[in-house]
Design a protein. Structure first.
Ligand code: PAF
Length: 279
């Protein structure tokens, strides 16, 4: 039976008997769980003796207050999904529990947060790394799982763990996709039927970039122009479509594999991101 805790003291107490008896696996989420999260929980289950899922819509990582308000919240459905895929414990604190007083301490990874989502959403990664640090201190996991769909977030967190010596192993998990290639995301539910069909263009553009790199094209401008043409679709606004060094997440001047093709688009009010490694 899955157990839900909403306080820091409660989750610490619930984890007490598990400490030292095998790995604590941790899947941090903002809820609105889908098949991508289910896969994270399943991988955690395979590698841990106790699996904790956190469900917390973190106000600190939203640059747009309306986006924060609109974020889907459905704790019962999320707990059911987490339990079905192997979670033992859910930590679902309120914003007041996590930030009892307005935060004066932040964690920030500099270079890796500079471009792409970092440039498009000022303060976003600072919010992510601050809350993930807090969650790591609260849960004290042995391993923590993150999806590759949020490739920049994954790189930023790996760097934070290295720089701050967190005793936690970061386990990347491959992106789960819909049949047409659209990466699973909580935001997909906001797309209407027409937008949902259009949304597959992002994956198509990333695939095209990967083909071009595999065929020996090394000029990022050529790749951006040819693959990015697939995003020239009515209703789609391109936020960025770039090739980046997979480790430093800086734009590359020459596309020598491996590079990461990264894109963010807006369809109506919905922002979608995705990436593919090009080897
Ligand atoms: O990827 C997410 O859902 C969030 O950024 C995370 C890691 C749970 C931090 O709030």
């Amino acid at each position: 039976m899955i157990r839900v805790e909403s306080t820091i003291a409660g989750i610490r107490q619930a984890l007490g008997p598990h400490r030292g008896r095998g790995a604590v696996g941790f899947v941090p989420t903002m809820g609105a769980l889908h098949a991508g999260h289910a896969r994270l929980v399943e991988v955690a289950r395979e590698q841990s003796s106790v699996v904790v899922v956190s469900i917390f819509v973190n106000p600190l990582q939203f640059d747009d207050p309306q986006d924060y308000e609109r974020y889907q919240r459905n704790l019962d459905a999320d707990v059911a999904l987490a339990g079905k895929h192997g979670a033992d414990l859910v930590f679902a604190p309120s914003a007041r529990e996590m930030y009892a007083e307005e935060a004066q301490t932040f964690v920030e990874v500099q270079g890796l947060s500079e471009h792409f989502c970092g440039a498009a959403r000022p303060g976003h990664f600072r919010g992510v790394t601050t809350v993930v640090s807090k969650l790591f201190h609260i849960i004290q996991p042995d391993l923590a799982l993150f999806g590759e769909k949020d490739g920049q977030q994954l790189a930023v967190i790996e760097r934070m763990v290295m720089d701050l010596n967190f005793p936690v192993k970061i386990v990347p998990v491959a992106t789960v996709r819909e049949a047409d290639g659209l990466a699973m995301s909580s935001r997909n539910a906001r797309l209407n039927a027409e937008e949902r069909v259009t949304a597959a263009c992002l994956y198509q553009a990333l695939l095209r970039a990967r083909e071009l790199v595999a065929a020996g094209q090394k000029d990022p401008r050529q790749i951006r122009a040819q693959a990015g043409a697939l995003l020239e679709v009515p209703g789609v606004q391109v936020e960025y479509f770039e090739l980046a060094d997979p480790k430093t997440i800086q734009p590359v001047a020459v596309a020598i594999p491996p590079v990461r093709a990264m894109g963010a688009i807006r369809i109506g009010a919905t922002r979608l991101i995705d990436n593919l490694i090009c080897t």
